[in-house]
Design a protein around this ligand. Structure first.
Ligand SMILES: NC(=O)c1ccc[n+]([C@@H]2O[C@H](COP(=O)([O-])OP(=O)(O)OC[C@H]3O[C@@H](n4cnc5c(N)ncnc54)[C@H](OP(=O)(O)O)[C@@H]3O)[C@@H](O)[C@H]2O)c1
Length: 237
């Protein structure tokens, strides 16, 4: 991690930070001197708890399951009055293997993926956007798999569809907030070795998250919505 960079995002709220990419984003912002609220669901100890122990008070742990509307609203009330430079909604699920064809998966799997990755993410953005500074950033973890234009290989059918739908909802959100100063970002981290990405993924977390955070930080003050990969390149919609 780059401990020499100071982030313009001094106060950061990461939703879905118990492990994987969300937890790594918390670590990266702490290394850049920021103070971070990271959320987990449930009461079990997580890698975020272990990091918070080592982080000397820079990390505050909050609780929310984004699929539970009452929990999202309660988090919004608990954090009311605070201002964050960056809200980063990272939570997401994949559930079924790459080869699963959309028509063959269980209705319940389809509903859970869409409900979590699409509706619950956008509801979380809507519920928490008041906490973000007027010139701050709202970032949402999308995926390169969400690109309709780049889908020439298929695979991950419903996961792809969920991220494409999330992208579409963020475009509607951005259209409603046209003229405002906030940077709005859909981010694509690459294929990364996490519980979701698996051990065969091409990137280690240390190869994805520092450049991704550089990209998010570089967009501070750039009003409007962009769909960017970790290196700051535009992903075709
Ligand atoms: N890894 C990749 O290659 C890759 C590539 C592109 C995009 N992404 C996206 O990056 C994000 C993080 O992925 P990851 O690889 O870090 O996955 P991961 O290791 O499976 O972690 C998923 C994270 O999301 C949280 N989460 C899931 N459902 C939630 C809910 N209902 N409410 C609150 N938190 C919830 C999990 O919390 P619990 O610990 O409580 O389950 C965990 O912190 C996802 O949106 C994913 O789609 C990943």
């Amino acid at each position: 991690m780059d401990t020499h960079t100071t982030s313009p995002n001094r106060a950061v709220l990461v939703i879905g930070a118990s492990r994987g990419l969300g937890e790594a984003i918390v670590e990266e912002y702490v290394a850049r001197g920021s103070r971070v609220v990271g959320t987990v669901r449930g009461d079990a100890p997580t890698p975020l708890h272990a990091f918070a122990e080592r982080a000397g008070g820079a990390v505050e742990i909050e609780h929310v399951d984004i699929t539970k509307r009452d929990e999202v609203d309660a988090l919004s009330r608990r954090l009311s009055g605070r201002t964050f430079d960056l809200l980063f909604v990272v939570a997401g699920i994949a559930l079924v293997p790459r080869s699963a064809i959309a028509a063959d998966i269980l209705d319940d799997e389809f509903e859970r993926m869409m409900y979590t990755n699409v509706l619950s993410v956008i509801r979380t953005v809507e519920a928490l956007d008041d906490l973000v500074a007027p010139d701050g950033t709202i970032a949402v973890m999308s995926s390169g798999q969400g690109s309709v234009a780049n889908n020439r290989t298929g695979g991950f059918e419903v996961y792809r569809a969920s991220k494409a739908a999330l992208n579409q909802l963020m475009r509607s959100y951005a259209a409603r907030h046209d003229g405002e100063d906030r940077a709005l970002l859909l981010t694509a981290p690459g294929w990364v070795q996490t519980d979701m990405g698996g051990s065969g993924a091409t990137l280690r977390i240390e190869e994805s998250i520092p450049p991704l955070v550089d990209t998010v930080d570089a967009q501070r003050g750039a009003a409007g919505l962009q769909y960017l990969d970790r290196n700051g390149e535009t992903v075709p919609w």
